[in-house]
Design a protein around this ligand. Sequence first.
Ligand SMILES: Cc1cc2nc3c(=O)[nH]c(=O)nc-3n(C[C@H](O)[C@H](O)[C@H](O)COP(=O)(O)O)c2cc1C
Length: 189
Amino acid sequence: MRVVALNGSPRKGGNTDILIDEFLRGVREAGAAGEKIYLYDYTINPVGELSDRHSRRVDVHASDDHRLILNRVMDADILVLASPVYWQGVSCQMKCFVDRFSVHYVQPWFKEGMANKGWVVLTPFGAPDLSEADWIIKPVKVWVDHFSGKYLGEVAVSVFQKGDVVKHPEATQAAYELGKSAVEQMGVG
Ligand SMILES: Cc1cc2nc3c(=O)[nH]c(=O)nc-3n(C[C@H](O)[C@H](O)[C@H](O)COP(=O)(O)O)c2cc1C
């Protein structure tokens, strides 16, 4: 079993990063392998103009790093979308990655590669109200349905300053536990 965690935050050592590390610690504990990818380290352009005919769509940014990351995502059994809430949504690094799905929307290799995964959300946010996480959780759940995936759970925590999530052991522990349970939920070690 392979787990890929996409980090949509530009802050290495930030709250998203720490939640991912705890999640992957749980994944390893459950006997699976996990990989963390910092989207900010790659060039992933915003989606370019697309034909209205899905079958005629071409990737005008095919020479950037999107396909490299997409291949790793398609190989994964569990996909972790980890992003801070930025302006009531995922970060633009994460959104650029996801928007580019539309280039390949009807391609059988893409639909097959993205199907039947377990999906996880890890999201810190600065607002005090837990409902702020819904800006991310709700759309991701729609994406999961679109790809016939299985939503495995989330860790959402109100925390603003870099690294302060370590002051919320209930959140880091929840990420660790979710890592273990995600592997168990997908049924293979
Ligand atoms: C550009 C930007 C936009 C943000 N927008 C929101 C927001 O809309 N809602 C919110 O609750 N927090 C918002 N925040 C706060 C971050 O979500 C919060 O600091 C989070 O812990 C950052 O995670 P990180 O350390 O992994 O980068 C924003 C922060 C930045 C830098």
